[in-house]
Design a protein around this ligand. Structure first.
Ligand code: ME8
Length: 678
């Protein structure tokens, strides 16, 4: 049996997991379920990243020892995975785990022996929130990742010679384009490495809460070296001692991560593995972030969304809460890009696609089978079977392909197109009228129509199972199928003509009851507020328990207000609009302009030429984020000089909040450079 090993990042258990943490785990659950249906032996690893300064401080603030604190918080993750029905996973935790400790110390020992580690004085800034070295200078600097102030560190540390891996990394990226996905993320990584790699500090002196450096009790291992090694120790790697599982499953087939931790995975991790003489993972997929109504979720803004109250609100109304949440997250956001969570959007998707779409097709079909076919699947003629097969051929082929490329919204759009065709068939053929017909042709047409819609539902169940497991299982039973969908094999049973005519179907029971939008919205908000109030109460209890917390840096996350309202602009004619030459282009390079802190100099390929454009986005975008990005430019703007640099065009962006944070306009689908927007 072929193996498939996939991992989520291991989460910092400094706080309760939210919809963002759940997103990565849900997506991995989808992939794990799909791969199992394809016949793979799947190892699915998740866990908690328990060392480091952030955890040490969080524990002190809670008045607990770090060990007690993380052990408690670890359970919150396991409990959420249970609530979310996450399937057969392995769980690794990094503290109080001798096997993991020995794996990390072995990795360090090997890198040291190979000459990649030496001791140097480190003077620079460190972001405790992201557990990341930020700069080698002593100038005050905010973390480029989270915006919080980075703290000054001055200590003697062990350094890893990352710079020695520059060429090897670039060659690996060229030879293995699937190493980092999506492609635009690979471009960011390449451009980061091409801009030159510096050696990195991989130990901390002041810190106690970590894995002791082998042979030096004064230092602990840098938390990212420790955390990344969990992908090995989580399947039985302890250094020299390795389990059969490890021999079978390593290298990982997929590390699923969020976009913010790409550099650690795509640059540091391969270098650490090479330094230890181990094989590299096959693919790192960096997905986008889930925002709340376009805004970053943050406790201080009170806009963090937790899954539990959502699931509760749906289940109170007899709807499968997990499936509703999974559907919304996977359908609304093309996987890989950023998405925005809103309660309105969640209910809207549920009602329109699940209740009115799938649920309605299922209950109509089953009711008609009961009413007109004695509750059994009819036997249609051959021509109908061929029609049915051609109806479904696109999803039968395209569904698995879309799963393989992790394009979950494409799987769903394909299925919903198939279902809407089945709906149209019902509307056109009007089975309730055919049932009255005394002619054999009328009866044949009735049988054919219901056979086709039932077969659509059966195929939908199989492809939907990884995405909406509980709804798919329930519908499967109602269709009279035996066993469980999860035991079906994708490929062999997706063909048509395998639904058995004569199968007795079950009683139609609504799988997705329609919900009253306003009442549901009210209930969702009410439960979220109650949940937040409970959490605050618990946190107050904790701070009373704490003696003198070690103050951490005050988070100064840039305040991202909802979309700014601006005065309504005057109406223009289509001819006015046609004067603006808007073109699609790809950013080939992006670099800062010395002395101009707000500007970046971009080279943008717009098909017929490459344009140099200065854009006032330097405070919000890192140059490496932009390389490879598809943007929209105004191509016929008068050229001008900005800070002495020629700028020929303008990049189009939405402007958010009072500080006018720019968000660049881009495309969901591939568009050739130079394509005109009109
Ligand atoms: O980074 N939307 O842990 P972490 C989508 N311990 N994804 C989100 C998100 C959001 N709103 N918020 C967080 C760490 N994430 C390290 C990982 S792996 C060896 C060590 C994602 O708990 C984030 O992108 O801060 C990351 O992939 C994951 O949650 C864990 O974040």
């Amino acid at each position: 049996m072929e193996k498939f090993y996939l991992t989520t990042p291991i989460y910092y258990p400094n706080a309760r997991p939210h919809v963002g943490s759940a997103y990565t785990t849900i997506v991995c659950d989808v992939v794990a379920r799909y791969k199992r249906m394809c016949g793979y032996d799947v190892a699915f690893l998740t866990g908690t990243d328990e060392h480091g300064e952030k955890l040490e401080r969080a524990a002190a603030e809670a008045g607990e020892s770090p060990g007690e604190f993380v052990a408690e918080k670890r359970e919150l993750f396991k409990s959420l995975w249970q609530t979310l029905g996450i399937s057969e996973y392995r769980f690794v935790h990094t503290s109080q785990n001798p096997a993991h400790r020995s794996a990390v110390q072995w990795m360090i020992g090997r890198a040291d022996k190979a000459g990649y580690i030496d001791k140097r004085k480190y003077e620079g800034r460190y972001c405790v929130f992201d557990e990341m070295y930020v700069s080698d200078g002593s100038d005050p600097v905010n973390c480029p990742n989270c915006g919080r102030p980075a703290e000054l560190i001055s200590e003697e540390n062990y350094f890893f010679r990352l710079s020695a891996f520059e060429d090897r990394l670039l060659k690996h990226y060229e030879d293995h384009p699937e190493f980092v996905l999506p492609d635009f993320r690979m471009n960011e990584v390449k451009s980061f490495v091409r801009s030159g790699l510096r050696d990195i500090s991989i130990s901390r002196r002041r810190l106690k809460w970590g894995i002791p450096w082998p042979g030096d009790d004064e230092q602990v291992v840098y938390v990212w070296y420790d955390a990344l090694t969990s992908y090995l120790s989580g399947i039985g790697f302890e250094g020299e001692k390795r389990s059969k599982d490890f021999e079978k499953f390593w290298p990982a087939d997929l590390h699923m991560i969020g976009k913010d931790i790409l550099r650690f995975h795509a640059v540091y991790w391969p270098a650490f593995l090479w330094a230890a003489g181990l094989e590299l993972p096959k693919t790192i997929f960096a997905h986008g972030w889930i925002y709340y109504d376009q805004d970053k979720m943050s406790k201080s803004k009170g806009n963090v969304v937790y899954p539990e109250p959502i699931i509760k609100a749906f289940e109170e109304s007899g709807a499968p809460g997990n499936d509703a949440l999974r559907y919304y997250l996977l359908r609304d956001t093309p996987f890989g890009l950023d998405g925005s969570f809103s309660y309105e959007g969640l209910i809207q998707r549920y009602n329109s696609d699940l209740a009115n779409g799938l649920g309605n097709l299922a209950s109509r079909t089953l009711a008609m089978l009961q009413q007109f076919c004695d509750g059994a699947i009819p036997l249609p003629d051959n021509a109908t079977r061929d029609e049915a097969a051609s109806d479904a051929s696109s999803v039968v082929v395209g569904g698995p392909q879309a799963f393989d490329s992790l394009d979950f919204s494409l799987v769903l759009t394909g299925l919903w197109m198939l279902m809407s065709r089945a709906d149209k068939l019902i509307v056109n053929k009007k089975p309730w009228e055919l049932a009255k017909s005394a002619l054999p042709a009328g009866q044949e047409s009735l049988k054919g129509t219901l056979y086709r819609t039932t077969e659509t539902l059966r195929i939908a169940c199989i492809l939907l199972y990884p995405l909406l497991p509980s709804a798919a299982e329930r519908l499967w039973k109602q269709l009279g199928e035996h066993g469980r969908v999860e035991d079906e094999v994708i490929d062999s049973r997706l063909h048509f003509r395998q639904i058995e005519p004569g199968t007795v179907v079950g009683k139609p029971e609504p799988i997705f009851p329609r919900l009253d939008r306003r009442a549901m919205l009210h209930r969702l908000r009410e439960l979220a507020d109650q949940d937040r109030a409970q959490e605050e109460k618990a946190a107050k209890g904790v701070s009373a328990k704490a003696g003198s917390p070690i103050p951490g840096p005050e988070p100064q996350i840039p305040n991202r207000e909802p979309l700014a309202s601006s005065p309504e602009p005057p109406k223009i004619t289509i001819d006015d609009f046609a004067k603006v030459d808007l073109r699609a282009g790809t950013v080939l390079s992006a670099e800062p302009i010395p002395g101009a802190t707000k500007l970046l100099k971009l080279q943008v390929d717009i098909g017929a030429e490459v344009r140099q454009i200065c854009a006032g986005i330097a405070e919000y975008y890192q140059p490496e984020q932009l390389v490879g990005m598809k943007v929209v430019i105004v191509a016929n703007l008068q050229p001008r000089k900005l800070r002495g640099v020629d700028s020929n065009g303008m990049v189009v962006a939405a402007s958010l909040g009072e500080d006018g944070k720019p968000v660049l306009a881009t495309f969901l689908e591939d568009v050739p450079n130079g394509a005109r927007l009109k």
